[in-house]
Every structure is written in structure tokens, then in C-alpha cells.
Design a protein. Structure first.
Length: 872
């Protein structure tokens, strides 16, 4: 039986630099062995944290130039927090360290000094700090340095949960003194109560560490060169290369070997082939993982290689590509530079093989020589800038039917017709230029996307009018294209796209802790009758189906290894609710954007992961279930965001509320234009709402009271959505459509029946849309719905279709208007715009601390959470 030991220090500000400290101490002793127990260790650990909080809060209350006492980490022993076995939250200036594993060796009694009694006396901040260091020095005698903190931290959490559960179940057993001490402290101080409640609400969502970045080893793969006949050489790829540079070097070395064995002349055939199961000359790493200079040099190296192949073709050498698997990016470049393309009938019929360039939208473009080659194979009315970005989305069987010229090699008659057609276009462009009409050969469908707008200009620059027959003009155009690409690599658009893509790709290599289950089994409704679960972690890809619910219910009645207690459920949260209720621990993965919208670049759709557990499930079991679910997603290459639920939907709901308000004051067409051109949405925002559906958005608002608070949200916005749904304007898929009709045009009935317009400028629309999204993002950070600013950036790209070139919502704010200018503008305009949601406390605290979203520190977030909890 323990009695808690807790020292609560209450500070009273006075004039000058003096502080009156009232110290209340509770002495803890162990009546069983006569020595100090673990409660003493925990108490002293809390005393250190309390002293640091009190020092900082004192300066804030006194308002002395926003100064904070920052205790140097070198002065504190690294073991000073190891006695904190309870999961105390991270304080502004102290990061708790997990205690080290202790050896079971007998020890003598440890004598600890009593802390000095500071009762109703005036002391300086320097004296307060001295007491802090004395406490840390005393603790060093009873603590050991930490070792392997992550694993022991989970064990301690597990022990902590068992202690809590034991205290609840065992009525006559010893109670945990730590809770009594904290509750007594909370009862004495209302501020401490708010602090305790707020930080108990914010638990870590992550269970991983980013893998250490290693520099790729170049030239780590070679091609097997074999001679099948007198004039035929086969270059076979037997292992997947690591990076694109490896592919260029391996192909160049193989061609050198062929050239050393025979002359590159008429009749020579070079066959490129990869063994079964390996992508056709496609590396594991993306070109985006390379540095700026490495990417620039890589483009030049690819151009030199493909120009060498083109010159060899002019000498009569034939290059053949045998495709046994899909080919992407540099593999697709090599594929299209070959004269003949051989694909097994099984691959074509299976509709599995794809060839294309999924990284074009992220700023990884094929070499100018490849663009010229593909352009020469397309028909007269087809633009290479439109065809290349969508190739990878179409199976090869359909692609070859839609563009049959891609399988053909150029012939003299075709090139002659091509030259006549291109010569006509050239003369027409010159005539239009003389008359002042202006010409633009870029693809107009891609103009809204900033990266694709540069891509169109790149294609127009390198796509010569000679169809690949004039090497001098081709070389000059290629040089201009390379210079343009190298210049663009240093712009913010390309850097943001690379950083976002790299953040998505790093998810595949995260180190999960605790390790996932040994075996993970994927279950579909058609496979459930002939699958034995055993001790495997189950993944239900169609969790909303009745077969899934029936399967889980049947296995819950088993005993032994066949019981399903935890599983990953793929689907909407409302659709999988029946299956989740049957499980002790359910991990739900929901797509961030509707299936009707385009996928997120080469990584596909992003999912939002939420953990739903029964109260009796231990922390270690929750982490194991989440870790196993994330391991499955990483193995499939599916990017994810772990949240407490509805993070993406809340951004969509906040956007819809502001859009409805704006639509009563401005033209919908103008709002769409501002959102796409200024905020860089990939689709019109009103079309985005139609894809989600009015009823779906209304349900999201109902789950979050702050979105339905009439003091913050004008009722006109909710009435518009409800009336549209009631009148049959439910969105895409409904006969009457939504904001857009079934023909893709703005619905005139919505404008006349539900919305009345006033005049707003483009800048007003931009500020209000941006402020609504930023405010909701800050609220999610303060509530702990998501953990980091990077999560918000990825959510905005995944759920709101923001372009990769923005880097995400909060990155776009930092690099553009800035959060402080946004806050000042909204405070100024709020008087003319009516009732608006008040600005987030996080923005105010960031303004006082002089921080941006990019430099947001845990201390600033902690202070904002204190204000946020106090304002609820």
C-alpha cells in the first residue's frame, strides 16, 4: 500500500524578478520494505516537469518580452526523466525519456534527499533553476541510462494499462497513487485540470520510424549479353536495377560490348529483354529521389544514350523490345526507342501489362529524343503532350488499339506525309504570327495544372517539325528542351512536387514498432469459404459486404487459434461499422477521395487509417494491430495517413461551407477559376462536392458540432446543401446533378433557385477559401486528429485534389501569402464579410512566437492547445 508523494508549486507574480512559491509536499513511504518506492521516483520526475512549466508560465503571465527559460540539455543528466514510468505528456522544454531496463541485482537502500521547503518565501528564477538541477542530480543516483527506448516504452505502456485495469477490477487491491496525486493537483488548480484533460486527449498516433536514407550504389546491375545467331544479340536484365542511372550505365556498357564483338551495321539485331517477373528496365527508386544536379545529369545521360541508338538505327541496326512485364518511366523510354515491340499474347490478353510515364505529373519527363520518337509515331491530329501522361493508365491491349502507330516502325511514305503535314503547320503558325493572331500548340486540357503547363511547353519545344529526319534540328531542339528542364528543376513547383512524392514513397520503407504479425492474409468474399485463418492477421478488402460480417461473426464463436480479434477493414467508415463492432480492434482504411476522381500520381489513391478498439484492449495489442495493418498497406505501396477519423472529410466539409457562402455573393464560375488558378485545385471545387455528394457532406457536418455552430457558421450554407439534396440536386450520379449538371456545365437552376449573388473580388474569394481550410487544419492539429503539418499537407492533396506543385495546403501558405498576412487580412475583412469562424488559437500563438507552419515547434503547439482547451 502506497501513499502518494506529490509536490505542487503555486507561483504568485510580484514586482521585479521575484516569485512567491508555495510548496505543498506529500511524503511517500513504503510500509512493506521500509524503502522509498517507485512513487518517489515518479514524484521527483513530475517535480522537474512542474518546475519547468512554472518557470515558463511565469514569464508568459508577466509578459516580459515573451522570454522563456530554456534549460540547456547539456546541464541536465540524460537520465533525469527515466523515472517517469507513467505516460506523462511531452512538456514544452522537456522530452520524457523511457526508463532503461533494470538488472535484477540486489541493491542496498537508496537514500534520497528531501527537496528544500520553499513555503511562502520570495525566490528568484535563478534559485528556482538551482533547485531544478539539484533534483536532477539526486535522481541520477537512482536511475540508469536508457537503452532501446522504443521497445521498453511499449512494455511500460502495457504494464501501465495492466495496473490501471487491475485497479478497476480489484476493489480491495492497492490503488495507483499517481492518479490520486494528479487528481488532487487538478482539483487545486483549474488550469492544471484543463492541462491534464487536454494532454490525455492527445496520444501519439504513429507507431513507426522513418528508415535511414542510404545513397544508392550506382552501376550495381549488368546486362547478360548473349549471341543467339550470327547477327543477333540478346541483352537480358536478370535483376531489377536500383535507380535510373544504373539502367543507363548498364545499357551503355552492354552496347559497348556488342560493338566490340561486331560492327554496328546493316542487319544487326539487338534484343532487349527482362526475365519473367521483373519490370522491363524499370528501377526500384524514382528519379525524384535524386538531387537537383543528379536529375539534370541523368537527363543528359539518357539523351546521349537514345541519340546513340537513333544513330545506330540510321546505320541499319534494329532494336527489338521483348516485353514480359510492364515498363514505366525510363523502361518505357527504352521501349519506345526500339523499332519492334514484341509482347506475348498471354500478356496482352491478360490486360496486365502497361507501358507509360506515371511520373510526368510529378515533374519527371522523358528525354527529348523519346518525345520526338513518340510524336513521329502518333497520328496527325494527336498531340504528344496529351497522349504521354495517360499511357500508364491504359492496358497495352487498349493502348495499341487506340494508337496502332505505336507498334509500327517509321516508313518512307509515312515520313513524307508527316513532313508535308508538319510543313503546313509551320507555315500556318508563321502566317498567324504575322497577322497577330498568336499560336499556341500546347494542350489546352492541361493548362490549369502548373506542372503540366510546363510539360506542354516542353513538348512544343522539343517536338520538331521534321519527324525525326533532320538530326541537326532535332539536336538543337533537344538542347533547348534540356536547358528548359534543368532551369525548371530549381523552381518551387518542381521542388514541392518532389518533396510530396518523396514523402509518399518514404511510407513504404517505414520501420514499424512493434513488429507486425508474422503472417497477413488478404480475404475477399469469394475466398472466405476455403481459407483457414489460424493466427494470421486478416485484411478484408470488401469489408462492407454481408459475407465479411458473416465470416467474422462465425469466427468470433470459435475458440483457440481460429478467433478473429483484430483485422484491417477496407471501406467507408459507415459501411464497415457492422464488421468493426464484432472485433476487439478494427483498423479502418478509407479512401481520401472518391473513386470518380483521378488517382494521386504514380502512388495511387491515399487512404486514411483509423483505429477503433474496445476499452479493454491493451495498448500493446492496439499497436500490434495498427502495425500489421500499416505493414500490409506498405507492401501494396498504398500511401496512408493515420488519424483519429474524418480528417479528410472535415477539410471537405469546411470547403463546402465556405463555397456555399461565397456562392451567395459571387459567380460560381469565378469561384471555380480562383480555386483552380490561385489555390491550384486539380478539379473544380463544386465538382469535387458533387463527387462526394450533398448527403455525405451533411452527415460529416452532423458528426462535428463546430461545423454546425450557428455562431461560427452562417445557417445559409447548411440550408443550401439540405435544400439541394431535398430537391434532387444530390450531386454526381443523380439525374438533376448538383452544382454541375450531367453534361459537365454549371447548373443554372442552382444559381437561380438557391443562390443570390453579390460582388466579390478574386482576392476576397481566395482569402476566404484559404482561411476556411487553414482554420480547420489548425483545429485538427490542436485536437490531435492528426499529428504533424506534413499530414495536413498530404491530406489536402489527397482529399481536396490540391496539385503536387503546391506542396500541400500549409506549405502553400508558407511559401505564398504567409499565415500572418492571412490572419491580418481576415481580421480586416471580417467586418465586411459578416459572421466568420474565429481564427484558430494556433495562428495567434504562431504570430506571437514568430513561427511558420514549416518551423512549427512542439512548444508552440503545446501553448496553442492550452488556449484551445481553455476556449472550449
Amino acid at each position: 500500500m502506497y501513499r502518494g508523494r506529490q509536490r505542487s508549486t503555486i507561483l504568485h507574480a510580484r514586482m521585479g524578478h521575484l516569485v512567491c512559491c508555495t510548496v505543498i509536499r506529500f511524503v511517500a513511504t513504503s510500509f512493506s520494505d521500509g524503502t522509498h518506492g517507485s512513487g518517489a521516483l515518479r514524484g521527483s520526475g513530475r517535480e522537474i516537469n512542474a518546475l519547468l512549466r512554472e518557470i515558463n508560465d511565469l514569464w508568459v503571465r508577466r509578459g516580459v518580452s515573451e522570454h522563456k527559460i530554456a534549460v540547456s540539455a547539456s546541464k541536465l543528466r540524460p537520465t533525469m526523466a527515466t523515472a517517469m514510468t507513467d505516460r506523462s505528456p511531452v512538456q514544452p522544454h522537456v522530452s520524457p525519456t523511457v526508463p532503461a531496463a533494470r538488472e535484477n541485482t540486489p541493491r542496498g537502500p537508496v537514500i534520497t534527499k528531501e527537496p528544500p521547503v520553499l513555503t511562502d518565501i520570495a525566490c528568484t528564477l535563478q534559485e528556482l533553476e538551482e533547485e531544478l538541477f539539484k533534483l536532477s542530480a539526486d535522481e541520477a543516483a537512482v536511475t540508469e541510462p536508457p537503452n532501446d527506448a522504443c521497445i521498453r516504452g511499449l512494455k511500460l505502456e502495457n504494464e501501465h494499462d495492466e495496473n490501471e485495469r487491475g485497479a478497476v477490477i480489484s476493489f480491495n487491491g492497492p490503488s495507483e497513487p499517481r492518479h490520486e496525486a494528479m487528481n488532487s493537483a487538478a482539483a487545486e488548480s483549474p488550469a492544471a485540470s484543463c492541462f491534464f484533460e487536454s494532454l490525455c486527449h492527445h496520444e501519439n498516433l504513429s507507431c513507426w520510424m522513418d528508415a535511414e536514407e542510404t545513397k544508392p550504389l550506382h552501376n550495381s546491375v549488368t546486362l547478360q549479353v548473349s549471341k543467339s545467331s550470327d547477327r543477333t544479340f540478346v541483352l537480358e536484365l536478370r535483376e531489377q536495377p536500383l535507380c535510373a542511372r544504373d539502367v543507363v550505365l548498364a545499357v551503355s556498357q552492354a552496347l559497348n560490348e556488342v560493338e566490340s564483338l561486331t560492327e554496328l551495321s546493316e542487319g544487326l539485331v539487338v534484343v532487349f529483354r527482362s526475365v519473367s517477373g521483373i519490370f522491363f528496365f524499370t528501377p526500384q527508386l524514382s528519379e525524384l529521389e535524386a538531387s537537383y544536379l543528379a536529375r539534370a545529369e541523368l537527363l543528359r545521360a539518357k539523351e546521349r544514350l537514345f541519340c546513340r541508338m537513333r544513330e545506330a538505327r540510321l546505320c541499319g541496326v534494329s532494336f527489338v523490345a521483348e516485353l514480359n512485364h510492364s515498363a514505366f518511366n525510363i523502361g518505357a523510354e527504352l521501349f519506345f526507342m526500339c523499332d519492334s515491340k514484341l509482347i506475348p499474347e498471354s500478356e496482352v490478353c491478360g490486360r496486365v501489362t502497361k507501358v507509360g510515364f506515371p511520373s510526368v505529373s510529378a515533374g519527371v519527363w522523358p528525354a527529348p529524343c523519346v518525345v520526338q520518337c513518340i510524336s513521329s509515331l502518333l497520328g496527325y491530329g494527336e498531340k504528344v503532350g496529351l497522349v504521354v501522361p495517360i499511357m500508364h493508365t491504359i492496358p497495352w491491349s487498349e493502348l495499341s488499339e487506340r494508337y496502332p502507330q505505336l507498334l509500327q516502325s517509321g516508313c518512307t511514305s509515312q515520313r513524307l506525309q508527316e513532313k508535308v503535314y508538319r510543313l503546313f503547320n509551320l507555315q500556318w503558325d508563321r502566317l498567324c504570327e504575322l497577322l497577330g493572331w498568336g499560336t499556341d500548340r500546347s494542350a489546352k486540357e492541361n493548362r490549369v495544372d502548373f506542372l503540366m503547363r510546363h510539360w506542354d511547353n516542353y513538348c512544343a519545344l522539343v517536338d520538331t517539325t521534321q519527324g525525326g529526319t533532320d538530326s541537326v534540328l532535332d539536336f538543337a531542339a533537344a538542347s533547348r528542351g534540356i536547358n528548359m528542364y534543368v532551369t525548371l528543376l530549381g523552381t518551387s513547383d518542381f521542388c514541392n512536387a518532389a518533396s510530396v512524392t518523396m514523402a509518399l514513397r518514404r511510407m513504404r520503407h517505414r520501420v514499424l514498432n512493434p513488429p507486425p504479425w508474422g503472417s497477413i492474409i488478404e480475404l475477399r468474399p469469394t475466398d472466405m469459404n476455403r481459407v483457414t485463418v489460424g493466427e494470421s492477421f486478416c485484411v478484408f478488402t470488401e469489408a462492407s459486404s454481408p459475407e465479411t460480417v458473416r465470416f467474422i461473426a462465425e469466427h468470433r464463436s470459435f475458440s483457440g487459434n481460429g478467433v478473429i480479434k483484430s483485422a484491417l477493414l477496407m471501406g467507408e467508415i459507415e459501411g464497415v461499422k457492422d464488421a468493426a463492432d464484432l472485433l476487439d480492434c478494427a483498423v479502418v482504411a478509407t479512401n481520401l477521395r472518391p473513386s470518380k476522381l483521378c488517382k494521386l500520381g504514380e502512388d495511387g489513391n491515399m487512404v486514411e487509417v483509423q483505429l477503433l478498439c474496445s476499452p479493454h484492449v491493451r495498448k500493446i495489442q492496439q499497436r500490434e494491430a495498427l502495425s500489421s495493418a500499416l505493414a500490409y498497406l506498405q507492401s501494396k505501396g498504398i500511401p496512408y495517413i493515420v488519424s483519429k477519423g474524418d480528417a479528410g472529410n472535415r477539410l471537405v466539409a469546411a470547403l463546402s461551407l465556405e463555397l456555399c457562402r461565397l456562392a451567395t455573393e459571387a459567380e460560381m464560375r469565378l469561384i471555380d477559376a480562383v480555386a483552380r488558378e490561385e489555390l491550384r485545385f486539380d478539379c473544380n471545387p463544386f465538382q469535387l462536392l458533387d463527387c462526394y455528394g450533398m448527403m455525405y457532406i451533411t452527415k460529416v457536418m452532423g458528426r462535428h458540432p463546430h461545423l454546425a455552430d450557428e455562431r461560427r457558421v452562417p445557417p445559409i450554407t447548411r440550408r443550401v446543401l439540405s435544400a439541394m439534396d431535398a430537391e434532387g440536386f444530390g450531386g454526381e450520379g443523380v439525374h438533376r446533378g448538383g452544382f454541375y449538371n450531367c453534361y459537365g456545365s454549371l447548373n443554372p437552376e442552382i444559381r437561380t433557385e438557391f443562390l443570390r449573388r453579390r460582388k466579390l473580388s478574386r482576392s476576397d474569394i481566395f482569402l476566404r477559401l484559404l482561411f476556411a481550410l487553414v482554420n480547420e487544419s489548425c483545429r485538427m492539429l490542436l485536437e490531435g486528429c492528426v499529428e504533424t503539418v506534413n499530414d495536413i499537407d498530404l491530406l489536402s492533396i489527397g482529399a481536396l485534389t490540391l496539385n503536387l506543385s503546391t506542396g500541400g495546403l500549409l506549405s502553400y501558405v508558407d511559401s505564398g501569402i504567409g499565415c500572418f498576412a492571412l490572419l491580418r487580412n481576415m481580421n480586416y475583412h471580417s467586418r465586411d464579410m459578416g459572421v466568420t469562424d474565429p481564427s484558430s488559437p494556433l495562428l495567434q500563438v504562431m504570430l506571437e512566437a514568430g513561427e511558420t507552419f514549416r518551423t512549427l515547434s512542439p512548444e508552440t503547439l503545446y501553448q496553442a492547445r492550452q488556449k484551445f482547451v481553455g476556449g472550449i
